[in-house]
Ligand binder design. Structure first.
Ligand SMILES: Cc1cc2nc3c(=O)[nH]c(=O)nc-3n(C[C@H](O)[C@H](O)[C@H](O)COP(=O)(O)OP(=O)(O)OC[C@H]3O[C@@H](n4cnc5c(N)ncnc54)[C@H](O)[C@@H]3O)c2cc1C
Length: 410
């Protein structure tokens, strides 16, 4: 093959869901692929571990629909290749005050993309869900068939197994500390234990560590802020447990407004339902506060009022910590690093707490960018680094203000 054990077509740095999906895509296309992870595979210190992630097609921003739509197909395809399930079908239910701009945009994007949906008033919502969800009179609900749950740790493991099956080399406990151009040998990727690897191309998918690694590699400071966030599971009261299960047609859901609240039907822990706030507090991913995690009163009130006392709102019975990599506009960063690296280094980060569902399409896109220098069939302008260039510090500052706001609502 003409390669040494340390030379690869593409080196993928970071084995969360994005890196693992990318490695699978690359290996499947016959590329000699190396996937490097700083901790143990499937660790719990990043963004991709846990028991459930929502997949939904209802986005206020029109440009996510294509990524979600492609991902639904790619989830099915990967499942059929591996032979077990990571995606569980459910409907999606979005709700909020009837004048909420982003909720109205959800309706507009459904219409534009011919997604089947229904707008319901408070009486219709009570009827539709047999009293399991209740919204105030001045709210509306948007019901859509395209929801569902993905099992995150299992999905990451699936992509890693598929990458391996297709010939990729997977190494964990290898922390990448530098990436440099090295003449004809391509890119020299160095690890903290002294190991060196060479790749023609490199894809960097390091989640909450992106800002630090990119700064070390090329001096650019991307406004990607790690936040520690808290997933909460609440006990469904005796006699009502079955009503909130995925098998009983309970939907994945999102509640627009301040704070934005999301959740999934009862699936992973019998008798418990996941309801959490989108957001968190700033953290250093190498020096985490490790909780106990914030459970705002507004979340307790939401649980009490929306579920009409059928779920114990006094406190969550399980909380799990996780990291978001937030950009100021909550859009992803998918681009070439540029500068001296040109199109040789591709980065995928800033997934801002909503990327998991699209990881199959993102892996496909990152593989395209590394191999052919462009992504087929998608417009990436919303995800370019250049959008931060006008005033990068200003963006971080603005983001800090937003987090301040969020904290004050907690
Ligand atoms: C609580 C929570 C709920 C969420 N809910 C949803 C949801 O319902 N729907 C949805 O679509 N999305 C959701 N998300 C977002 C989604 O989980 C993330 O967008 C996604 O997991 C990001 O994956 P990643 O691969 O970019 O990051 P990560 O999973 O953090 O992976 C990055 C990896 O890179 C490794 N790494 C870092 N630096 C180095 C280095 N120098 N060398 C080698 N390896 C390195 C890290 O150890 C890590 O394993 C949620 C996120 C959280 C935290």
């Amino acid at each position: 093959m003409g390669y040494s054990d340390f030379e690869f077509d593409v080196i993928v740095v970071g084995a969360g869901v994005m890196g693992s999906s990318t490695a699978y895509q690359l290996a499947k296309r016959g590329q000699k692929t190396l996937l490097l992870e700083q901790f143990d595979f499937l660790h719990h210190r990043g963004s991709s571990h846990g028991e459930s992630r929502t997949i939904r097609a209802t986005y206020p921003e029109d440009y996510y629909f294509g990524l979600v739509d492609e991902s639904y197909r790619l989830w099915e395809q990967a499942q059929s290749e591996i032979g077990f399930k990571v995606y569980f079908k459910a409907q999606q239910f979005d709700m909020g005050p009837s004048d909420t701009k982003s909720l109205l945009s959800v309706i507009a994007t459904c219409r534009k993309n011919a997604i089947r949906y229904q707008v319901l008033d408070h009486r219709e919502v009570a009827e539709r869900f047999s009293g399991r969800i209740n919204i105030p009179e001045d709210w509306i609900g948007v019901s859509c068939e395209l929801g569902g749950i993905i099992k995150p740790t299992k999905a990451v493991s699936m992509f890693q197994m598929l990458a391996f099956k297709n010939g990729a080399c997977l190494k964990d406990n290898i922390k990448v500390v530098s990436i440099n151009k090295d003449g004809d040998r391509g890119l020299k990727v160095a690890a903290s234990n002294g190991e060196i690897f060479w790749g023609k191309k490199c894809v960097v998918t390091v989640g909450g560590w992106m800002r630090n690694l990119v700064k070390t590699v090329c001096g650019i400071e991307l406004p990607i802020q790690p936040l520690e966030t808290n997933v909460c599971y609440w006990r469904i009261k005796d006699g009502h447990e079955v009503e909130y299960t995925i098998g009983n047609d309970f939907p994945t859901f999102a509640s627009y407004g301040h704070p934005y609240i999301y959740g999934t039907p009862s699936l992973e822990y019998p008798g418990l339902i996941k309801v959490a706030v989108h957001g968190g507090y700033q953290c250093n991913p190498d020096k985490r506060p490790w909780g106990p995690g914030l459970v705002p009163d507004s979340l307790k009130q939401w649980v009490e009022q929306r579920f009409k006392g059928k779920v114990d709102s006094s406190k969550p019975v399980i909380t799990q910590l996780c990291v978001y990599s937030m950009t100021p506009d909550e859009d992803f960063v998918i681009d070439f690093l540029g500068g001296e690296f040109g199109k040789d280094v591709v980065i995928g980060g800033g997934f801002s707490g909503h990327g998991f569902k699209m990881s199959p399409a993102i892996g496909r896109i990152l593989a395209d960018l590394a191999l052919i220098g462009k992504a087929k069939g998608v417009e990436l302008k919303q995800f370019r680094i250049a959008r931060f260039e006008e005033n990068p510090r200003g963006n971080i500052k603005e983001y800090e203000d937003q987090v301040g706001l969020l904290k004050s609502t907690l």
